[in-house]
Design a protein around this ligand. Structure first.
Ligand code: F0G
Length: 449
């Protein structure tokens, strides 16, 4: 059989609510043309993020009931620790309430003002947490990644020559760690090859710079390696993931992605001294090291999710279904970041809407129109999110895990094609008010007259 089906059936359902175009116009105005400000009950299909939006399995819900809520030494912590240890092999693991809490602790312990922290591409919270310590977050994607239309197997890779040059320029003592984001979210959800992880590790090791993975989507990355990289076709996703982690000195992990959990994360390291300092900071702001800001039941859900996500049937369906959305719009003239990523499809809004200059946020204008037209929520990853540092004007359609069926995705395809057919009518936006950090979450905008 060639048809790939959702490898699950549905036991519990949530109703979706339709709204009219007139209602959505009003909601947009009230929200300052910022989709973060729209109530979820007014959204039909929510592709804002794949983070914390997964459907949990029966085993995860069973784990929720098993959760041990002891303040210290709860069994749920040890269950999570066993699952994380088996997968990552890192010596120390502390749970955190989500990925950015792990980032804050990691960078607070490792970074000093003036330091530089390279990555293939930092995610926005990662960048903000590095810069909050006075260090600089430096993106070193491969040069080919700048071309959204280039179809490379591993477009998420880091430019290792640029990494060498950065370490030579800054001095290794000013580079407290290097990071690799797998998959590369801000770079289009593109995977990083095992060969690139190995090459980055070699450069880091030569200069005594520890390498950390931002491992939110490690399983999707492992599947791409299985499918595309020579030598891995016979490896299970789990074995590939284990090898990826074995090349790193630690990781930050948001369990809201590739662990199907609605909240949670962890921070791992092989460095005993760093771990000690991290644990002290954890107690100060997150909680005792055997729960780290989470309930015992959350730890259970993560432990189960870490195993489920490596199921080859799930990963095949996941990557193929994301590609289905991408191919169906790209092959009918909508420019996407090629090839389709793992967790999301990114529309190149600068290319799609050349009549809207980047100062007028073309990707945000597209997000607003897609909501107005069809009740679909997506997210801008461009000048509104990153300011002058933005490399592209992208609209991300992130696919929650195990949540939407193929007919939902067919509706999304139809809506995007209709918006594309009338794209000349879309107008740009301007900012009315915005906070100094992470402005895309709360900025208010209006349509340019
Ligand atoms: N790193 C990457 C690559 C991410 O995509 C995210 C979150 C984080 C770190 C932070 O994790 O949300 O648990 O604190 N990304 C979400 C997104 C928000 O929509 O892509 P968190």
């Amino acid at each position: 059989m060639r048809t790939i089906i959702e490898p699950f059936r549905i036991k519990s359902v949530e109703p979706l609510h339709h709204t009219t175009v007139e209602q959505r116009e009003r909601y947009l105005e009230q929200a300052g043309y910022n989709l973060f400000g729209i109530d979820a009950r007014h959204i039909l299909i929510d592709l804002l993020t794949d983070s914390g939006t997964s459907a949990m399995s029966t085993e995860q819900w069973a784990g929720i009931m098993r959760g041990d809520e002891s303040y210290a030494g709860g069994e749920s912590f040890f269950r999570l620790k066993r699952a994380a240890d088996e997968l990552t092999g890192f010596r120390h693991m502390i749970p955190t309430h989500q990925g950015r809490a792990a980032e804050r602790i990691l960078f607070a312990v490792m970074c000093k003002p003036g330091n530089a922290v390279p990555s293939n591409t930092h995610f926005d919270t990662t960048r903000a947490n590095i810069e909050f310590t006075g260090a600089r977050a430096v993106d070193l994607p491969i040069p080919e990644a700048a071309d959204t239309q280039a179809r490379l197997d591993f477009k998420g890779n880091m430019d290792t020559a640029a990494l060498e040059a950065l370490i030579a320029r800054e001095g290794a003592q000013n580079v407290p760690l290097a990071m690799l984001t797998v998959t590369n979210n801000s770079g289009g959800g593109q995977p990083v090859s095992m060969a690139n992880i190995e090459a980055v590790k070699r450069v880091c090791a030569r200069h005594g710079v520890p390498l950390y993975l931002d491992a939110c989507r490690f399983a999707e990355n492992a599947w791409f390696i299985h499918e595309r990289e020579a030598g891995y076709a016979d490896w299970t996703p789990k074995r590939i993931a284990q090898k990826m982690f074995s090349l790193a000195d630690g990781c930050t992990f948001s369990a809201k992605k590739d662990a199907f959990a609605n909240i949670g994360g962890f921070l791992s390291t092989n460095d005993d001294r760093i771990s000690h300092e991290q644990t002290n900071l954890l107690i100060l702001t997150e909680g005792f090291p055997t729960y780290g800001g989470l309930a015992g039941r959350d730890l259970e859900a993560i432990a189960v999710g870490l195993e489920e996500v490596l199921d080859p049937d799930y990963l095949r369906y996941r990557i193929v279904s994301t590609g289905y959305l991408g191919r169906h719009i790209a092959d009918r003239g909508v420019p996407i970041v090629e090839p389709p990523g793992g967790h999301a499809i990114y529309i190149d809004a600068a290319r799609m809407l050349p009549h809207i200059p980047r100062e007028q946020f073309p990707a945000q204008a597209l997000a607003v129109e897609l909501y107005r037209h069809a009740g679909i929520r997506s997210v801008e990853i461009g000048t509104l999110m990153f300011g002058a540092a933005a490399r592209h004007e992208l609209l991300r359609l992130a696919i929650p895990r195990r949540v939407y069926t193929q007919s939902h995705i067919d509706y999304v395809v139809e809506a995007i094609l209709e918006v594309n057919a009338a794209k000349e009518r879309i107008r740009g936006l301007e900012i009315v008010e915005a906070p100094p950090f992470l402005r895309h979450f709360s900025a208010r905008l209006r349509r340019v007259q």
